[in-house]
Design a protein around this ligand. Sequence first.
Ligand code: F6R
Length: 263
Amino acid sequence: MEIIITSDYEDMSRVSAEYIAREIKNKHDLVLGLATGDTPIGTYKHLINLHNEEGLDFSKVKSFNLDEYVGLAPLHVNSYNYFMRENFFKHVNINQENVFVPQGHIDDPEQFSFWYESQIQKAGGIDLQVLGIGRDGHIGFNEPGSSFASRTRVKALYKQTIEDNARFFNHIDEVPRFAVTMGIGTILESRKILLIANGRSKADVVAQFIEGPVTSQVTASALQLHCYATVILDEDAASKLTRKEYYNWVRDNKHMVQKRVGR
Ligand code: F6R
């Protein structure tokens, strides 16, 4: 895992957007996995700026979102479909036909999950998956105990996730109890993974998934098994890491590492 520690949220957002932009420039028809939540909002803003100011072209990009609440229609203000439209899709030149967000307002979410996996396969797999992390260590909505082999499916949300996400709803009882989410197995098949995290509230879980054991109790720790995972943090989220000096040295001397492995 490559760990990049940036100074603050703004810096984390800029560096992660530049990372994503580089991947799009290298492969115009990039298959991009996307996340919702507070964390990537700044990254999306920077990507929108890169589109407006430097012509970053999304016309051939395909996107697959990680998850959606079961029971919320795509136009519901708390749905992830709505979030993505408002915070990103409507501001760039992505082709609507190339946008895939799980549907939660359907009769048969299980059947939908199989279809969603088949669309990812049809697109040739995900080139770069962007992730946030929940305070319980989840990626997507893969709550503690999720199998590392899991595929897109319906998952019951953990109490802490429901409490954390209640801030977006009028009342905690309105927070859906289930979500459709890509599985850990689905996520690990992505060619590259980029996880971003900021703030002190994420410091404990960030230290656990990077420096602790690989365990389904902290599902983000599955990234330790991936050969091309990058983590971009702000200082606060990185504050409980014990090997910060080492990560910073690697970041600052990356050109030497790259020369050695010929990347
Ligand atoms: C959202 C998702 C979740 C969030 C996580 C962190 O699509 O997959 O795993 O990334 O809950 O959310 P924020 O960024 O709001 O702290």
